[in-house]
Design a protein around this ligand. Structure first.
Ligand SMILES: Cc1cc2nc3c(=O)[nH]c(=O)nc-3n(C[C@H](O)[C@H](O)[C@H](O)COP(=O)(O)O)c2cc1C
Length: 223
């Protein structure tokens, strides 16, 4: 297969396009809807799409904060946070909770959501969420660039110490991601991807090099 020469740019020299395509390329991204509490116990809730699972044994998630935002400062103060599952039903509340409310104002209450008490951590989670991961802070990594300069971005790693699942989304013991309907960041400023059951595809993973070659042979035979 041949294709036209790629559009190539070096980010440090500018992308030369109307908008930076970086976040449209690394997309869609799950949204960690991060709940935390400050040292005085005041709640906070905000979405972070530089968010993902980093490993599963033990389960670890991470999100990145552009500057020292309230979530980061709270988590550094208390060592705890919750990553709520943001879905299409909660998209408007998730989006509203990203507004720059003053420190100490609880977005969970402002958006009319219900706080559910924490079990393994003291931070409440969103009762309406299909799932929530209770986390303890592992480390905060200040991101530096190739010249060793701080980027003013901070990656927060948390080990998952408690998991809540709405039983409505447990089918035969499996969490039904498609039915839970995650809303994910995609493309440019107001673009999101909505994942439903139709978007879930199954792909068997090759267990050996031979099986990998077999998959290629079968694929080219079906062309
Ligand atoms: C869908 C979505 C994803 C976001 N992802 C991030 C992110 O990854 N990092 C970040 O610093 N801000 C992100 N923001 C912006 C924060 O949510 C916003 O700055 C918020 O006010 C931070 O709240 P806090 O200061 O209470 O932590 C995102 C906003 C939205 C709507």
């Amino acid at each position: 297969m041949t294709r036209a020469e790629t559009y190539f740019y070096e980010p440090a020299k500018g992308h030369g396009l109307p908008h930076d395509p970086f976040k449209a390329i690394v997309a869609p991204r799950p949204i960690g809807w991060i709940g935390s509490r400050d040292a005085e116990g005041r709640g906070n809730l905000a979405p972070y799409s530089f968010f993902n699972a980093m490993c599963d044994t033990p389960p670890v998630v991470a999100f990145s904060s552009a500057g020292r935002k309230d979530s980061l400062r709270n988590i550094q103060a208390t060592g705890e946070f919750v990553a709520n599952f943001a879905n299409q039903r909660l998209a408007a509340a998730m989006n509203a909770s990203s507004a720059p409310f003053a420190h100490g104002e609880d977005e969970l209450a402002i958006t009319g959501l219900t706080p559910a008490p924490g079990r393994a951590v003291s931070v409440p989670h969103v009762a309406e969420a299909a799932a929530a991961l209770e986390c303890r802070l592992l480390q905060v990594l200040e991101l530096k660039d190739l010249d060793g300069r701080s980027t003013d971005h901070f990656v927060v790693f948390g080990q998952v110490v408690g998991v809540h699942i709405d039983p409505a989304f447990l089918n035969d013991g499996l969490f039904d991601t498609g039915a839970a309907g995650p809303i994910m960041r995609a493309g440019y400023l107001s673009d999101y991807a909505a994942v439903g059951r139709e978007q879930i595809v199954k792909l068997k993973r090759p267990k050996s090099a031979e099986e990998g070659r077999d998959f290629v042979r079968r694929e080219s035979a079906s062309d």
